[in-house]
Design a protein around this ligand. Structure first.
Ligand code: NAP
Length: 246
């Protein structure tokens, strides 16, 4: 059975991806932040995944820390046997206009959203190379493509992910490892719930479909990108934004 490791899968888009890949027949490794409340949510996601008859295990790791990622990759390999698909989904926001943003707020978002991808790639690519097969999907954002006021830290981290995706696609293509990114627009999760109503309404003006996306609508594209159906797709960024831009 193929194994998919999804970071930040205790809720939101990550949880939807884990459940969708379980439905597709993957055994799933559900990463969660090392705290009790996150573990409880991750255990509930694992339960939903097991309903599809696959294995589902939870792995605590702060993906901004290299040592945590190293330990997690080893544990997933030991407990589930391989890592065939990696979905780098974990992410945070600390929004403020540049004038008000502190250095710590900048550094924290870069560490969790961007450095985490390096940490995971360093530990999972060698596993995929040995297997001579792998599928990597990085969760970027429209903020990384177009920028967004109040998100200089987040936009920088997500733009970097796009560069990292293309670099990995070029470095590892000959090893039969594909690496693509998805760039979601405005998706109904805890991350966007916090936005003031007037901001939400204004954002929708620019969306052709005139609604927010659902986490499952990101998961369905990830499902394609980790499947054999995408065997000749690598280094691409797929925007999933209801037609925010075209
Ligand atoms: P969310 O509901 O806040 O979920 C984020 C997930 O990341 C949570 O499970 C969180 O765990 C986990 N996480 C945060 N820091 C972590 C760390 N250091 N180590 C391990 N896990 C960590 O947000 P979401 O909307 O589903 O976002 C998922 C991804 O999609 C993010 O990369 C985000 O930037 C991207 N995205 C979202 C939108 C949107 O509109 N929602 C748009 C574009 C891109 P805890 O809850 O346990 O802290």
């Amino acid at each position: 059975m193929a194994v998919a490791l999804i970071t930040g899968a205790s809720q939101g888009i990550g949880a939807a991806i884990a459940i969708r890949l379980a439905k597709d027949g993957f055994d799933v490794a559900i990463n969660h932040f090392p705290r009790e409340s996150s573990r409880e949510k991750a255990l509930a996601v694992a339960e939903e995944c097991r309903a599809f008859g696959v294995k589902a295990e939870c792995f605590a790791a702060d993906v901004s820390k290299m040592a945590d990622c190293e330990e997690m990759a080893k544990a997933v390999k030991e407990q589930l046997g391989s890592i065939d698909a990696l979905v780098n989904n974990a992410g945070i926001t600390k929004d403020k206009l540049l004038a008000r943003m502190s250095e710590d707020e900048y550094d924290e978002v870069i560490a969790v959203n961007q450095k985490s991808i390096f940490n995971m790639l360093k530990n999972v690519c060698p596993v995929m190379m040995k297997q001579k097969h792998g599928r990597i999907v990085n969760v970027a954002s429209v903020a990384g493509l177009y920028g967004n006021p109040g998100q200089i830290n987040y936009s920088a981290s997500k733009a970097a992910i796009i560069g990292m995706t293309k670099t990995v696609a070029k470095e590892y293509g000959r090893k039969n490892i594909t690496c693509n990114a998805v760039a979601p627009g405005f998706i109904n999760t805890a991350m966007t719930e916090a936005l003031p109503d007037e901001v939400k309404t204004k954002l929708l003006d620019a969306v052709s479909l005139k609604r927010y996306g659902e986490p499952e609508e990101i998961a369905s594209v990830v499902s394609f990108l980790v499947s054999e159906d995408s065997s000749y797709v690598t280094g691409q960024v797929i925007e999933i934004s209801g037609g925010l831009s075209m």
